[in-house]
Structures are given as structure tokens and as C-alpha cells.
Design a protein around this ligand. Structure first.
Ligand code: 13P
Ligand code: SF4
Length: 360
């Protein structure tokens, strides 16, 4: 397979450069790869996983360098959970997450203060941030008795949150929050959306008093590409087929799916299905394409949910050339693209992450 913009000989050369640098670094470096990474990068990772698995892996590493093939918030988590003498490296500093950018510290601080004009926030609200968020927001949750969740532990985490206080402020992904709250039996009307651009989030004091979960108005644009009509059309053609989606997809798509879960859950579920199964998958295209080729030999078919080719463009920013350059720089004694969270923020964020790891 050719790498975009490169001749295949260049692709082979890059692959060889990565292997050489990795071998020369030996145990000094470990590569973590999220399931959305392109194949040319993914194949070099020592550990693959969803966000929760990679957070755990980052916390357990002994290596001097943790090279994170994923996005910025993941490399931040690796820095927070690793020891100070370890360095977390993001091969492309522009690999962010557009959803994570939908909630920032001033907005969340303002929301907290505005909520305090209606209810006793410290007594009544547990702040819960999706791991797709900045270290500063994790620190906010750490300080205010809150926690972090990922797509694979959101239910357990929200359960824990309700054990602390009767309400949760959930940011930045409204869809994961809504789907998880619904799984816990919370009616949709008790999960209003908090719009940070409007005074009091666009809600009335009565709506705030009644709410169980205040859902931040944020979303993942990749997962909003999946529509109920795509599922209806596919089901007509594949009446025996099954549909599986990531919980960042809309409530309607999740409701129409046979199974909903994290990237790792999706991979495990499809791989464990009997030969001959047909699947429609609603998550990022690099994962879906790789999965389709891995299960083809068992006569399973895996199709991407949207007719549009939607990929996570920020995950895609990590390319083999950057991975090769990052590893070669480390070998030459230069630590490039290090992600470092300031010690105070890191300590507060660690509190929230440790609460999450304890309940997961
Ligand atoms: P997972 O934790 O399920 O891997 O999800 C991460 C993510 O960013 C999905 O868009
Ligand atoms: Fe962020 Fe969406 Fe990309 Fe996941 S798929 S990293 S939520 S932009």
C-alpha cells in the first residue's frame, strides 16, 4: 500500500527507518497506538488500545520515552500518569481533538459559577470530564471532587458520580453523556444541554434544579456523520446483519444499533462474532478498514456506516515520517515534541484520573 504523497519505495524506506530507530532505542522507548491510527503507523506500536487501555498502559511503562501515536489529550494523560523522569512524545504537535476544544477552562469555570447562582454546586454537582479534554479540565474535576471517564467506563464512572452528589455536569461530549445517562435510566428531559455561549447555559433555573445530568454542548464531528438513514438503508439490504456504533454517535444512531461501545469493544465484538457475520460499523474509518481486512478470511463483512469517507483528520496527522523523525531524534539525544503538563495542573488532574482508574 502506498503512503499518501510518497512513492512506495519511500514508504518502504520509512518503514525501515522506524524499525531501525526503534530497535536501536530498545527498551528506552515504547510506542502506544490508538486504534484510529493509520496502518503504516499502527503496525509499529508496542501497545494498541482504546483511551482507557492506553491510559493504563502509559501508567505502567518503565521506558524513558512514551511515544504516543494518538492525539494531544492522550499524550497529556500519559505525561500525567507517568513518572517525572519519563517523557511523553506526540510525533505531530498539531494532532489535537476538535471535540476536546469544545470546552475550555474559562467556559467551564463560568458554567460552575452560573450554576452556583441557582444551586449549591459543591454539594449537588459532580463534574465529570470525558478523557477527550485538556489537562486543565481534568484538574478542575480533580479540585471539585469530580472525575474523568472514557467511552468504556462512562457508566461505572457516572454511577460513582451519583454516589457522591445527585447531579453531574458532563463535558465536553453531550452524546456520550446522554447515551450513558439513558443506560442508567435517566429520562431525556432530565438531561438538558448546557450551551456555554448562552447565559445560564440557555436553561431556566427550574430546568437546572430538575436536571440529573447537565450535558455540555460539544460533539465529535466524525461521529455526527453517521445517520439513522444509513442504518435503515443497510438493514434493508442485510436483514441478518448487525450494527455497532461508538457512543460518540448521536442518540438515535446508538438506539438503532445492536451494540454500542468503545473502539476496543467494537473490535472485540466483531472479532468474536461467528464466521459469515455481516456488520455495519459507526466509528472512524481507519479502524473500520483495518477490521474489515482482519476478519475477511473468516468470511465476515464489515462496512463503514456513512457513504461519506469521514476520518479523524487529527488522528491522521501522525504519519510514518514524523514517527521516524521522532524516534531518530530521541536516538540522537534530542527530545522533540514533548508534552509536559505543569506540575500543579498535573497533580490535580491525576486526582481525577486516579478516581476514574479506581472505579474502572
Ligand atoms: P475510545 O476510548 O473508544 O478509543 O475513543 C476515543 C475517541 O476519541 C473516539 O473518538
Ligand atoms: Fe476527537 Fe472525534 Fe477524533 Fe475522537 S474521532 S479524537 S473525538 S475528533
Amino acid at each position: 500500500m502506498r503512503i499518501q504523497g510518497l512513492r512506495s519505495s519511500d514508504a518502504a524506506e520509512l518503514d525501515a527507518r522506524i524499525r531501525r530507530a526503534k530497535a536501536a532505542l530498545g527498551k528506552r522507548a515504547v510506542i502506544l497506538g490508538h486504534h484510529y491510527q493509520r496502518e503504516e503507523v499502527y503496525r509499529h506500536a508496542d501497545f494498541h488500545g482504546d483511551s482507557l487501555q492506553l491510559s493504563r498502559a502509559a501508567a505502567e511503562q518503565e521506558a524513558e520515552f512514551i511515544v504516543f501515536c494518538g492525539v494531544h489529550f492522550m499524550a497529556e494523560v500519559a505525561d500525567i500518569l507517568s513518572r517525572p523522569e519519563q517523557a511523553s512524545i506526540l510525533p505531530d504537535l498539531n494532532a489535537g481533538c476538535s471535540m476536546a476544544d469544545m470546552a475550555d477552562m474559562p467556559q467551564v469555570q463560568r458554567a460552575w459559577e452560573e450554576l452556583a447562582t441557582v444551586i449549591d454546586v459543591e454539594q449537588e454537582v459532580t463534574p465529570v470530564t470525558y478523557v477527550n479534554s485538556s489537562a486543565a479540565l481534568k484538574a478542575f474535576c480533580g479540585v471539585h471532587g469530580g472525575t474523568v471517564c472514557t467511552s468504556s467506563n462512562a457508566r461505572k464512572v457516572l454511577d460513582w458520580a451519583f454516589g457522591q452528589r445527585p447531579k453531574a455536569l458532563f463535558f465536553p461530549d453531550q452524546h456520550l453523556g446522554r447515551w450513558t445517562g439513558y443506560q442508567l435510566g435517566i429520562p431525556l428531559r432530565d438531561m438538558p444541554v448546557w450551551d456555554p455561549s448562552l447565559p445560564l447555559g440557555g436553561l431556566t433555573p427550574e430546568e437546572i434544579r430538575r436536571a440529573r445530568i447537565l450535558l455540555w454542548k460539544g460533539h465529535c464531528s466524525v461521529h455526527q456523520m453517521f445517520q439513522p438513514a444509513h442504518i435503515e438503508r443497510w438493514r434493508r439490504e442485510h436483514p441478518q446483519g448487525q450494527v455497532i456504533a461508538h457512543p460518540e454517535a448521536s442518540f438515535e444512531v446508538c438506539q438503532m444499533s445492536d451494540a454500542v461501545g468503545s473502539t476496543d469493544f467494537i473490535l472485540r465484538t466483531v472479532k468474536a462474532s461467528p464466521p459469515g457475520s455481516a456488520w455495519l460499523v459507526g466509528t472512524e474509518i481507519n479502524l473500520v478498514t483495518r477490521l474489515a481486512s482482519e476478519v475477511r478470511a473468516e468470511d465476515k463483512t464489515v462496512e463503514f456506516m456513512s457513504p461519506m469517507v469521514c476520518m479523524c483528520s487529527t488522528m491522521f496527522r501522525i504519519d510514518p515520517e514524523q514517527l521516524a523523525c521522532s524516534l531518530e531524534s530521541l536516538l540522537a539525544g534530542q527530545v522533540v515534541n514533548r508534552i509536559q503538563v505543569d506540575p500543579e495542573t498535573a497533580a490535580q488532574a491525576r486526582l481525577a484520573l486516579e478516581r476514574m482508574l479506581a472505579v474502572s
